[in-house]
Design a protein around this ligand. Structure first.
Ligand SMILES: CC(C)(COP(=O)(O)OP(=O)(O)OC[C@H]1O[C@@H](n2cnc3c(N)ncnc32)[C@H](O)[C@@H]1OP(=O)(O)O)[C@@H](O)C(=O)NCCC(=O)NCCS
Length: 191
């Protein structure tokens, strides 16, 4: 396994650990934090499974999934969860969520930059994309602020809370991304 640990001015990403379950439940079990996500609030047992799968995916070779803890720089506590899953054609999809106590401080934008750093600097990808609920205004602003471009709408993309829901999608290409000051990235898997 090649651990990845991109870091920015205020945040870092690290590999998920079994001890992260409680902190992840505070996000994924929270109705407000999951309001616009593609699933209903998770139970403690479901969060344990997510932790297990995150740790398992880090051991796969080749690795296609990076399910990472978002922490304050220099601290260990999980305050967010960020995921990058690679696809063919040097692409990847990203997702992220922060604890509600951390919203509104620019940390969502920094999280997207850290995922861009992982994608473009560490993994050498060409394109990453994200999908949000049409009602998720915070995600829309965050993705645009990080430099992504709105691509369009996937109709009936996810079935959640008993109904089909469209997604609005965003992407960014490697040459479009402008790193923020203070970003540090780990070497690629082959390094
Ligand atoms: C989306 C999320 C990560 C944003 O995190 P954040 O740290 O609050 O975002 P930032 O502080 O970096 O703000 C980025 C932009 O979004 C705007 N924004 C943040 N919350 C907002 C809200 N509730 N409504 C409207 N705009 C909002 C900010 O004003 C800022 O815009 P600006 O730079 O144009 O002024 C956070 O709300 C979250 O974790 N939500 C739950 C999970 C989720 O929806 N994830 C995204 C899935 S696609």
């Amino acid at each position: 396994m090649t651990p990845v640990h991109p870091a920015g001015p205020r945040l870092a990403l690290r590999e998920v650990e079994p001890e992260d379950a409680e902190a992840l439940l505070a996000i994924y079990g929270d109705p407000e934090a999951t309001r616009h996500l593609s699933f209903e609030p998770r139970t403690p047992a479901q969060v344990e499974l997510i932790i297990d799968r995150s740790i398992g995916s880090a051991r796969e070779d080749p690795r296609t999934e990076y399910c990472l803890a978002v922490t304050r720089l220099g601290e260990h506590r999980l305050i967010g969860y960020a995921r990058l899953a690679t696809e063919p054609q040097q692409a990847a999809t990203i997702g992220f969520a922060l604890h509600p106590a951390e919203w509104g401080k620019g940390l969502g934008t920094e999280t997207v930059h850290l995922l861009c750093a992982l994608a473009f600097n560490t993994l050498g990808l060409h394109r990453i994309w994200a999908a949000r609920s049409p009602l998720n205004e915070a995600s829309a602003r965050t993705l645009l602020r990080a430099g992504m471009t709105e691509d369009g709408r996937i109709r009936d993309h996810v079935f959640v809370r008993g109904a089909w829901r469209d997604s609005i999608t965003y992407s960014i290409l490697e040459h479009e991304w402008t790193a923020i000051d203070g970003l540090k990235t780990s070497p690629g898997p082959g390094a």
